[in-house]
Design a protein around this ligand. Sequence first.
Ligand SMILES: Cc1ncc(COP(=O)(O)O)c(C=O)c1O
Ligand SMILES: [Zn+2]
Length: 438
Amino acid sequence: MRKMRRKGLASMAVQTVATTSNPAVDLGPAAALSCRECGHRVPLGPVFACEECFGPLEIAYDFSAYDTEELRARIEAGPANIWRYAPLLPVPADVAGKPNLNPGWTQLVKADNLARELGVTGGLYVKDDSGNPTHSFKDRVVAQALEAARAFGFTTLSCSSTGNLAGAVGAAAARAGLRSCVFIPHDLEQGKVVMAAVYGGELVGIEGNYDDVNRFCSELIGDPAGEGWGFVNVNLRPYYAEGSKTLAYEICEQLGWRLPDQIVVPIASGSQLTKIDKGLQELVKLGLVEDRPYKIFGAQAEGCSPVSTAFKAGHDVVRPQKPNTIAKSLAIGNPADGPYVLDIARRTGGAVEDVTDADVVDAIKLLARTEGIFAETAGGVTVGVTRKLLKEGVLDPAKTTVVLNTGDGLKTLDAVAGTGLTATIRPNLESFREAGLA
Ligand SMILES: Cc1ncc(COP(=O)(O)O)c(C=O)c1O
Ligand SMILES: [Zn+2]
């Protein structure tokens, strides 16, 4: 089941291990890097693949010193951003004093109007991450990678991106006083391009799709040209990925330290979904929430649905696809964490589903009309999938359900092109009446 992914990582891992050292660093409770496949542990460093089996590395923590109620009090007394959870993240103790974007603690909106439209009776919430500094959840992951980059002495921050990450890296580097050079597919939405370019770093369009961009970045890491570069989602990926846990922490804290019953999460690489699951499990282990079942649902666009296709076919292997969808932020045809998403959806009793581009547009408008939230296409995907899974009887309308909106509609205006003026009138009441508006 894992063979395909391991093979893909093999060359990158060898290059990375060969060109970097593992300096001793203090990243708070982060104790080591541990292989998700074989459990092999290595010291904290800018490596991302296991030297034994090429499986992905993730952060292993030592939380043993924490007392549950002391930890809860410390979190609640913390700042209204992700750093309230610093004791659970791979960061040094003094992180909050350093210049960074301080993302997080976004609104958990009780979406009663949307619930009525969809027939949800158990409580429907939208976790609205468009409220972050660069208007997507990517600020959370970049904030972790930035701390790791500082700890390892990188001077250039970089990434391969479907758009939102490029903006988040550009902004974080600007605030931190680092150079940034980021790579995106050349044909992204104008809103994403401007958001990525405006912070003054270098923005490079690659002739190809995201998977081509990612391959290029892996080559650059192994080349002298990439020396001193921290690629937030490649050689800093274990640290970067931990940022998504803060979504799980916030949702539970905002629900009154309670697990939701059902969560609907968008999937591009699948990293966010896997770390939301990790975050929920940590809260249970730490005693911060009561242990009870929850289900995680993954959402994709039909035009880039490698994970939902595998889920529905009952496969363990995720077959790569060539993306063709308006949901460009989710357009990763070869998702690194796809197999783990399948495991989590199956283990928790969730599902992975996809919706058409027309459904995405309709769902963007539905969320805007009912809750006053203007989502980017990724939010259209999660709301669209939520509606579809409710209709299919897969989501339980009587359960507490959280739907993620991970980005801002202002970055994907083309998706709702044609939405505009109700009427154009002369500046007098007669004209207003003629237009049927009185
Ligand atoms: C707005 C938005 N939502 C969700 C995702 C999915 O993230 P992941 O790659 O962690 O699955 C992305 C990724 O680029 C994104 O831009
Ligand atoms: Zn391993």
